[in-house]
Design a binder for this molecule. Structure first.
Ligand code: SF4
Length: 330
């Protein structure tokens, strides 16, 4: 891995709840190198989007945090408002699943793209406009100059996602956080947006933290993939290794529930039970109620994320799964 750009260490986050503090993240560890692409995969409520937002310093109201997030040497959790604004304009930017919720509907696209960089000073209006058109061109949107004078409601979802990606790159960040950027798009547009992200990554030497619920997409796009469950990363490895030789039973389950992966006999199996949130973990392994490999100690011992093979895994039985029998699903 290249020099670390983002270092998340033992990140815990809790918000006020009806019965005291409600934990949402339970000790997230993740490193992303300069120019590296890392995916975080998990079901809804696993904490993957929250982790990305925490990197931006976008914390829920009343959130209490522990652990650390260092981005390009700056502590995000200790940063002042001015330091956070500087990070967001120069170091890191984010694109979201639904661009319509994040682009002002009454402002022209050109204003949306240019006003953030002109507001921080040092960039003239004409330079910002030229960069905006250059970035729109890089996203392969039709008629980049003409798009500048249009309103969001005149553009399709795929076009708006390209606009949002261009907007994220206006400040020349070193890292892009992409939170399910293709989930709301049709399959063809999804593929186009993924190709654009891959090319931008190469052309701008961007690091990308890619958030998705789709393990196959994550593994195909990223250098490394991290799997998250109940507010913690449970497995992380080079994508090809994780895809071909998953070590955590949850990763195995995610792969089995996806079509066309060549795992098992081809029969798809949903992971039994329902995903739990960090607040529901009461001791022991959070995945134990759904795990076909659970043994008594899994109910009382909390597995930590430890080095294993080419990556890390949080399972008390890491390395045993190929040799022991899985309990059949109820
Ligand atoms: S620690 Fe136990 S319950 Fe948790 S994933 Fe490993 S085998 Fe399953």
């Amino acid at each position: 891995m290249s020099a670390p750009l983002l270092e998340i260490e033992d990140l815990c986050l809790a918000v006020p709840g009806q019965a005291g503090e409600r934990p949402l993240l339970r000790g997230v560890d993740l490193v992303v190198g300069a120019g590296e692409v890392v995916s975080i995969v998990g079901e809804s409520g696993s904490g993957k989007s929250l982790t990305a937002r925490a990197v931006m310093g976008m914390l829920p109201d009343g959130a209490k945090t522990a652990g650390s997030i260092r981005l390009a040497g700056t502590s995000v959790l200790a940063a002042s408002g001015n330091e956070l604004r500087a990070l967001r304009s120069q170091r890191v930017a984010m694109v979201f699943q639904d661009p319509r919720a994040h682009i002002n509907p009454v402002r022209r696209i050109g204003d949306y793209l240019t006003e953030a960089v002109t507001a921080v000073g040092g960039v003239s209006g004409s330079a910002a406009r030229a960069r905006a058109i250059e970035l729109l061109t890089a996203t392969q949107i039709e008629d980049p100059a003409g798009i500048m004078s249009r309103f969001p409601h005149e553009l399709s979802g795929g076009m708006l996602q390209r606009v949002m990606i261009a907007g994220a790159l206006m400040g020349e960040p070193e890292m892009l956080l992409a939170d399910e950027p293709t989930t709301a798009l049709d399959v063809t547009t999804q593929a186009e947006v993924m190709a654009i992200l891959a090319r931008l990554r190469r052309d701008f030497e961007l690091a990308i933290l890619f958030i998705t619920h789709d393990l196959e997409l994550a593994a195909a796009f990223a250098d490394r993939t991290a799997v998250m469950y109940a507010g913690r990363i449970v497995e992380e490895a080079p994508s090809a290794v994780l895809h071909e030789h998953p070590e955590h039973p949850y990763t195995v389950g995610l792969l089995r529930s996806r079509p066309s992966l060549g795992h098992g006999t081809g029969r798809l199996e949903a992971i039994r039970g329902r995903p739990i949130e960090a607040a529901e973990v009461s001791g022991g392994c959070a995945f134990a109620p759904r795990c076909g490999f659970a043994e008594p100690r899994c109910l009382t011992e909390d597995p930590r994320l430890l080095p294993h093979g080419a990556g890390t895994v949080a399972c008390l039985r890491a390395g045993e799964l190929g040799q022991v029998e899985e309990r059949s699903h109820a």
